[in-house]
Design a protein around this ligand. Sequence first.
Ligand code: RET
Length: 255
Amino acid sequence: MTETNWFWIGAIGMLAGSLLLFAAGGRRTQDEEGHSLVHGFVPLFAAISYFAMAVHQGEATLSSGRVFQFARYLDWSVTTPALLLGLSMTALHGARRRVGLVAGLLVSDLVMIVTGLFFGASQVPFIKWVWYAASCVAFLAVLWVLFVPLMQEARARDQVRRDAYVRNAILLTVLWLIYPALVLAGPDGLGLLAPTPATAGLTVLDLVAKVGYGLVALLGSRAVTSADLIRGEVSAAEVVTHAIPSGALRPARRA
Ligand code: RET
């Protein structure tokens, strides 16, 4: 199979995955609706990037002759913060608590991807490895937030939510750790892997990390939502009225 074939597999697989996740996600509460939208949009952005790479728009040929697929990094700059936002919402019971901490998590993740982009575009070895190291430091900051403050938050919640957070955080970490190793072995790094096997590996990994992980996260969100509704902590009407508490008067019309 050629590298372009793999890009088409990525584009079609991500589009199908996005439709599946949009259809599978629940809408019973604002929290559940938030998770459904996050996990539906993640593969949609990836489909855009894979399509761009399949038609050779998402790449640049460097002066060394190496073809650099920058579209991957554009995809990751949107999809990795979105995935982390979903995970934070699980730990925090909604998106509106500890806003500073969540912003710090998403910005550290963006630092990881932007420094990773410059790593991939580098042609001078010393500069390239400085970028790689910077990206790894930012990745460590992301992992620290997931396993220290957000883990503490998740532990303070009910059993269902805590279990969902721990399972998702571990699964996400295991999958994400493969990225720097695969990129390091591929043409953007040490060049141990030829472009086609590197693209094949990244395409399969991306499908698992976005669609596979998305399905697991949506199942967790479904269990958490059912538990919330049974406890009566969140009313189903909240999502219908969108922040207008049931029974509240509509804002008066100005004359
Ligand atoms: C890079 C550059 C080298 C150092 C590190 C990296 C980390 C990349 C990661 C990417 C995750 C992407 C995901 C996409 C799916 O939606 C950028 C390869 C640390 C962790 C999960």
